[in-house]
Design a protein around this ligand. Sequence first.
Ligand code: NAP
Length: 325
Amino acid sequence: MRTLGTSLQVPAIGFGAMVLSPGVYGDIDDSRAGTALRAALDAGATFVDTSDAYGVDGHNERLVGRAIKGRRDEVVLATKFGLAVPDGEASRAHPVGYAFGELRVNAEPRLVRRYAERSLRNLGTDVIDLYYSHYVDPGVPIEETTGAMAELVKDGLVRHLGLSNVSADELRRAYAVHPVAAVQNEWSMWRPIDPGLLRTARELGVGVVAWSPLGNGFLTGTVQGLGEGDFRHNAPRFSKENLAGNNDRYAPVRALATRLGITPAQLALAWLLHQDEHVVAIPGSRTPAHIEENVAAAGLTLHADTLARIDEALARFEVTGGTLL
Ligand SMILES: NC(=O)c1ccc[n+]([C@@H]2O[C@H](COP(=O)([O-])OP(=O)(O)OC[C@H]3O[C@@H](n4cnc5c(N)ncnc54)[C@H](OP(=O)(O)O)[C@@H]3O)[C@@H](O)[C@H]2O)c1
């Protein structure tokens, strides 16, 4: 277990539920998705991460809601708002490195309660343990969004506040309005976190939740090509031209995992957990055996010389294809 902020206790390896909606990693039906979610809870990955923007019309939140029915007390439930903008409301562009170029965000304070109430209905619960703004709205000062989020804590709809995809400065400005338990940013062996954000999180006592900790599957060493309907077709790191070369240059890290008798996925997760005691990873998977393998990474100890060898290998690992954010 690890602590986010002052008091939110979560397992070091949580579960990213985004993978369970169709159109992310190709097609998937609700029966397979439900099996994966139950496997995650059974394995101890009870820190479940979703968003109102995953799947169509709250599909992912509803899926999570069904899976935790009768098990709500076991789960630390995290969701996010700001990308699933209600019909008729304006939105603003947030640039991203995907081929489609931008996301649309509305995190205006007047909509925040409406977002939260919709998520509570989808999740079939009366409280969200950790509620994040998903992306910063370029048209709204973060203090204003945070102020509206703080009202949700005061009124008991939400237990802890989180911020996703923020800079160090944005974290500091939001924290001045209300304490923040966690930031959630992309962080993995092929996507370093901004050291300034990490420093600020440490200074303020804010936990760091690493999204795509397996590099959208790349760091498991098992991705040789992509199927139909896979969103990674939008990510230049996975393009036909880039994927094979990236896999070749990642070989030394895979070899290190083999020498340690663990899988590359486990090495990638254990490496993250060794960066700071307040870091938590939320890998996603539709495959119960992978979920168990990932959870087991929380029990691994990497010695200082191993960590040094990983850092040396990563310093030489040139990734082609830009980043997503
Ligand atoms: N805040 C944000 O803006 C943001 C953005 C993206 C993601 N997220 C969150 O982060 C979570 C995780 O990110 P992600 O799903 O993008 O990427 P990820 O966790 O880095 O990778 C998921 C991929 O890895 C594969 N995988 C997982 N464990 C494996 C193992 N042990 N061996 C082989 N393959 C394995 C999965 O395939 P199988 O299904 O076959 O196991 C899936 O294709 C999401 O679910 C979401 O909750 C947040």
